[in-house]
Design a protein around this ligand. Structure first.
Ligand SMILES: C[S@@+](CC[C@H](N)C(=O)[O-])C[C@H]1O[C@@H](n2cnc3c(N)ncnc32)[C@H](O)[C@@H]1O
Ligand code: SF4
Length: 398
C-alpha cells in the first residue's frame, strides 16, 4: 500500500512551541502611517459580540491543537486597550477554560497612551494580563502630532507611570525613529525618556511608508538615509550601554525579558491567530505545515466566525515556502539560531540549505560558529537580499 506520508518532505518528531495571537481591530483614529488591520471606531465597539466571535473562532481551531500547551498570549491590534477590562477579563477567562495554558504564561496587551486610565490598567492586571506594550512612538508633542497620534508626550510618560503603579513589572515601550523633522539628538532624547521609565523591553522601529496608507499618498519629508542610519546605530549603542540587549532587528530587552510570543514567531514556532485578519501557522505530526488567515473586515469576521466559518484563506506550505519562511524570521534574530533549530522547526533535512549557507558565509552575509548561524553586520544591513537568497532559484531577483 502506498504510504502517503512518505511523500512529504517534512518529518516532525516533536512539534514547535505554540502561542496564541488575538487581534482586536479597532482604534480611536487611524494613524496616517499605519497599515495594520485597524479601523477607526465609529460608534461603540461591539465588545460582547466580538468576544463571542473570538471564542467561536478559538473553538473552531481547538481540534487542531488538542492538548498542546499554549506558552503565551498576545492581544494585539488595533488598540486592545480600547476594550473594557470586563471584556478582556471574560475573553481571558474563556480562553483559559478552553486551552492548556502554561503556568505563568506571558499575556501581553497592546495599549495606546491616549486610551489609558489607572483603574483600567489595574483591572487588566486583575484579568490576567501580565505584560503591557505601550505605543508611545515618541515623547515629543510636535512629532506625535505629525504622526496623527491621539496623545501627547505627557500622556505617553503617564501611561508608563501608571503601568508601574498598577503592578506591571514587565512592559514594553514602542518608539519610532526616522520621523518627519526628527534629528539624531531628538531621537536619542526619546530613548533617554523611555529608559528613565524603566521598561523591560523597548521596540525601536524605523518609520516605514507603507502602501495603502495616507503617508504613502502624501509622504511627509523624512530625514536622509544617513541620518536614519545614525539614529539606528546610536540608538543601538545607547540601549546596549544601559543593559537592553538587541535580540531582533527592532527589539531590545533586559535579560530574559524578550517578548515570548514574538520570539516564538521569529523562531518559526506555531501560533494560532484568532480575530479579524489574524494569521496562524500550525505544524502537524502528520508531516505538514499549514497557514491560515481570518476574514479581515470586523463586521464580516464577526458574522462568519459566529457561524464557525472564520477562515478567509488557507495554504499548505511547500518545502520551499518553509525554508524561506524560516529564514525570513530567524535571520531577523541578532544571535541567529541554533543550526538544529532549522530541522526542528521546519521538519526538513538540514542538507536542503547547507550549500546556500556555505555560499552566504563566503560572501560575508552569514556567520557560522559554535553550532549557530546568524547574519553578519553586512547581512543585517542588507537583510532583504540575505533572506531572498533562500528563495527558490526561479524566484530570486539577483
Ligand atoms: C499594532 S501597533 C499597536 C500599538 C497601538 N495600536 C498604538 O499604536 O499605540 C504596533 C506598533 O507598530 C509600530 N508601527 C506601526 N506602523 C508602523 C510603521 N509604518 N513604521 C514603523 N513602525 C510602525 C508602532 O510603533 C506601533 O506601536
Ligand atoms: S493606534 Fe496603532 S494600530 Fe491603531 S492606527 Fe495607530 S498605529 Fe495603527
Amino acid at each position: 500500500m502506498l504510504d502517503i506520508t512518505s511523500q512529504s518532505p517534512f518529518r516532525f518528531t516533536t512539534l514547535p512551541p505554540l502561542t496564541l495571537y488575538v487581534h482586536l481591530p479597532w482604534c480611536a483614529r487611524k494613524c496616517p502611517y499605519c497599515d495594520f488591520n485597524s479601523h477607526a471606531v465609529r460608534e461603540a465597539i461591539p465588545e460582547a459580540r466580538y468576544v463571542d466571535a473570538l471564542l467561536a473562532d478559538l473553538d473552531f481551531e481547538l481540534p487542531r491543537v488538542h492538548s498542546r500547551c499554549v506558552e503565551a498570549i498576545f492581544l494585539g491590534g488595533g488598540t486592545p486597550s480600547l476594550f473594557s477590562a470586563a471584556a478582556i477579563d471574560r475573553l481571558l477567562t474563556e480562553i483559559a477554560a478552553r486551552v492548556t495554558l502554561r503556568p505563568e504564561a506571558e499575556i501581553t496587551l497592546e495599549a495606546n497612551p491616549g486610551t489609558v486610565e489607572a483603574q483600567k490598567f489595574i483591572e487588566f492586571r486583575a484579568a490576567g494580563v501580565n505584560r503591557l506594550s505601550i505605543g508611545a512612538q515618541s515623547f515629543n508633542d510636535q512629532r506625535l502630532e505629525q504622526l496623527g497620534r491621539i496623545h501627547g508626550g505627557r500622556e505617553a510618560i503617564r501611561a508608563a507611570e501608571i503601568a508601574h503603579q498598577a503592578g506591571f513589572d514587565n512592559f514594553n515601550i514602542d518608539l519610532m525613529f526616522g520621523l518627519p523633522g526628527q534629528d539624531t539628538a531628538a531621537c536619542l532624547d526619546d530613548l533617554r525618556i523611555a529608559f528613565e521609565l524603566a521598561p523591560t523591553h523597548i521596540s525601536f522601529y524605523q518609520l516605514t511608508i507603507e502602501p495603502n496608507t495616507f503617508f504613502h499618498h502624501q509622504p511627509p519629508p523624512l530625514p536622509d538615509d544617513e541620518i536614519i542610519w545614525n539614529m539606528y546605530t546610536q540608538g543601538m549603542s545607547f540601549m546596549a550601554d544601559r543593559g537592553y540587549t538587541q535580540y531582533e532587528v527592532s527589539a531590545y530587552a533586559r535579560t530574559g525579558r524578550h517578548c515570548r510570543h514574538n520570539l516564538n514567531y521569529w523562531e518559526f514556532g506555531d501560533y494560532l491567530g484568532i480575530g479579524a485578519g489574524a494569521h496562524g501557522k500550525l505544524s502537524s505530526l502528520s508531516n505538514s505545515i499549514h497557514r491560515r488567515h481570518k476574514h479581515r473586515q470586523p463586521r464580516q469576521y464577526m458574522e462568519c466566525a459566529i457561524q464557525h466559518q472564520p477562515i478567509a484563506g488557507e495554504n499548505k506550505l511547500s518545502a520551499d515556502d518553509a525554508i524561506f519562511g524560516f529564514m525570513l524570521n530567524a535571520l531577523r534574530l541578532r544571535e541567529g539560531f541554533d543550526a538544529g533549530l532549522f530541522a526542528e522547526r521546519t521538519g526538513l533535512a538540514p542538507n536542503l540549505v547547507v550549500a546556500r549557507v556555505t555560499e552566504l558565509v563566503a560572501r560575508d552575509l552569514l556567520w557560522q560558529r559554535d553550532g549557530r548561524i546568524g547574519p553578519t553586520v553586512l547581512g543585517r544591513r542588507f537583510l532583504n537580499d540575505l533572506t531572498e537568497a533562500f528563495l527558490p532559484d526561479d524566484e530570486r531577483t539577483d
